[in-house]
Write a protein that binds this ligand. Structure first.
Ligand code: F0G
Length: 354
C-alpha cells in the first residue's frame, strides 16, 4: 500500500478520527541505518543504529510533530500558527502551513539560525519575525502573544507535537523487533526525548516490545541546563538547533530520565563537529551539527565503558546536514583542489590523492 504519512499509518494510536482532514507531506518511515565502520574504530563490540530523521520532508524530525499539530489546528478552525524556533520548527511549520493554506508566523533569533532553515521558512512564505534575542526569548513571547492574537502555538508545548513524534519509537521497535538497549538523542527543549519515551512505553504496554530502552539525552556543553541542573541564561553552541537554555519540557524530561534509567550528558562543540564529520566520512551519512550530539555522546559513553559490550544502541539524527552548509564548509576549508582545465592536471590530482 502507498505510504501517505505517519498519521494515516498510525491513526489508531493518534488523536484523529475518520472525519479529520490530514495535513501531511508523507513524513515518517525514515531509515534506521546500521553503522558499519564507526563501532570498529571505537574498538568496542556494540551495535549502533542511526535513525535518519533528516530524511523527513523538510529535513528534520519536526515534521512528525508538525503534521499532527497543523492537522489539529486546522480541525479546530485555526487560520494561523505560530512558533519560536532555532530553525527547524520554523521550516516545518512554514511548509505544513503552506500545505494547509493557513498562515505561519515564526520567531527566530536574529543571525543564529542555519542558512538552509532560513531559506525554507522564506520560500514557504512564513512571516518571519527576527528577535534581537535568543530562542528562549522567542518562546516566552510566543506564549504571551497567543493569549492576545488568534494563533495556534505549534512548538512542542503543543501536546499534539509529541503525539506525532512518538511514532519514531514505533518505527524503531517494529524494525528491530524490540526496543534497543539505549536510545541517544540531542536535547534542546526535551520534547523529542519525551515523545520517544511515550512511544516506547506505549508499544511496551501493547506487548509489541519486551523491554524499554534507557533514554540518554545529550546537550552542547555551552547550553546544557539538564547537566547543570538549572536554567542557562546565555546558551551558546555551534549546534544552533539546540542553543536553548530554558527547556520547555523540563519536568517531562526528568521523568523520562528516572523512569527509563537513563541520563543526561554534554559534549563540546569540537566533539559535536568531529562526530558529524566522522559520520559523513566513514558512513556516508550527513546530519546537522545538533544531530551529531547524539552520536558524540554515545561514543563518549561507549569509550568510558558506561555502555556494556553487546549493547544495541539507537542514535537519532534529528536533522539533515544540508540544513547548515556554512558550518559544514567552514570545517572543510582547504579541502579543494584548483586546476587549469587540462587532463594532466586532473590526472595528477587523482594520482597525488589515491
Ligand atoms: N536536533 C535538532 C536538529 C533540532 O532542531 C532540535 C530542536 C533538537 C535536536 C532538540 O529537540 O527541542 O525536542 O529537545 N529544534 C527546535 C527548533 C528548538 O526550533 O527547531 P528538542
Amino acid at each position: 500500500m502507498r505510504y501517505t504519512g505517519l498519521i494515516e499509518h498510525y491513526k489508531s494510536r493518534l488523536p484523529v478520527d475518520e472525519n479529520t482532514k490530514l495535513i501531511s507531506l508523507g513524513e515518517g518511515n525514515t531509515p534506521l541505518i546500521h553503522l558499519q565502520n564507526i563501532p570498529a574504530l571505537l574498538g568496542k563490540n556494540v551495535d549502533i543504529y542511526v535513525k535518519y530523521e533528516g530524511l523527513n520532508p523538510t529535513g528534520s524530525f519536526k515534521d512528525r510533530g508538525m503534521t499532527m499539530a497543523v492537522t489539529k489546528a486546522v480541525e479546530a478552525g485555526s487560520k494561523a500558527i505560530i512558533c519560536a524556533s532555532t530553525g527547524n520548527t520554523s521550516a516545518s511549520a512554514a511548509a505544513y502551513a503552506a500545505r494547509a493554506g493557513i498562515k505561519a508566523f515564526v520567531l527566530i533569533p536574529e543571525g543564529k539560525i542555519a542558512l538552509g532553515k532560513l531559506a525554507q521558512a522564506l520560500m514557504h512564505g512564513a512571516v518571519i519575525i527576527q528577535i534581537k534575542g535568543n530562542f528562549d526569548d522567542g518562546m516566552r513571547l510566543v506564549k504571551e502573544v497567543a493569549e492576545h492574537a488568534p494563533v495556534a502555538i505549534v512548538n512542542s508545548i503543543n501536546p499534539f507535537r509529541l503525539q506525532g513524534q512518538k511514532t519514531a519509537a514505533f518505527e524503531i521497535v517494529e524494525e528491530l523487533g524490540d526496543s534497543p538497549d539505549y536510545h541517544f538523542l540531542p536535547v534542546g527543549n526535551a520534547g523529542n526525548i519525551s515523545a520517544h519515551w511515550m512511544g516506547y512505553q506505549e508499544y511496551n504496554q501493547a506487548g509489541k516490545s519486551a523491554k524499554t530502552p534507557k533514554m540518554v539525552g545529550y546537550q552542547a556543553a555551552g547550553s546544557a541546563p539538564f547537566v547543570k541542573g538549572k536554567m542557562v541564561d546565555n546558551p551558546e553552541t555551534v549546534a544552533t538547533a539546540i542553543r536553548i537554555g530554558h527547556p520547555q519540557s523540563w519536568d517531562l524530561a526528568h521523568t523520562v530520565e528516572q523512569e527509563s534509567g537513563g541520563w543526561f550528558g554534554s559534549v563540546s562543540d569540537d566533539d559535536i563537529l568531529s562526530a558529524q564529520k566522522l559520520l559523513t566520512e566513514k558512513e556516508g551519512i550527513f546530519c546537522e551539527p545538533a544531530s551529531a550530539a547524539s552520536l558524540a555522546g554515545a561514543m563518549a559513553d561507549i569509550k568510558s565503558g558506561k555502555i556494556p559490550a553487546g549493547s544495541k544502541i539507537v542514535c537519532t539524527l534529528t536533522g539533515h546536514g544540508l540544513k547548515d552548509p556554512d558550518t559544514a564548509i567552514s570545517q572543510c576549508k582547504g579541502d579543494m583542489i584548483l586546476i587549469d582545465p587540462v587532463m594532466d592536471e586532473v590526472k595528477n590530482a587523482i594520482l597525488d590523492n589515491m
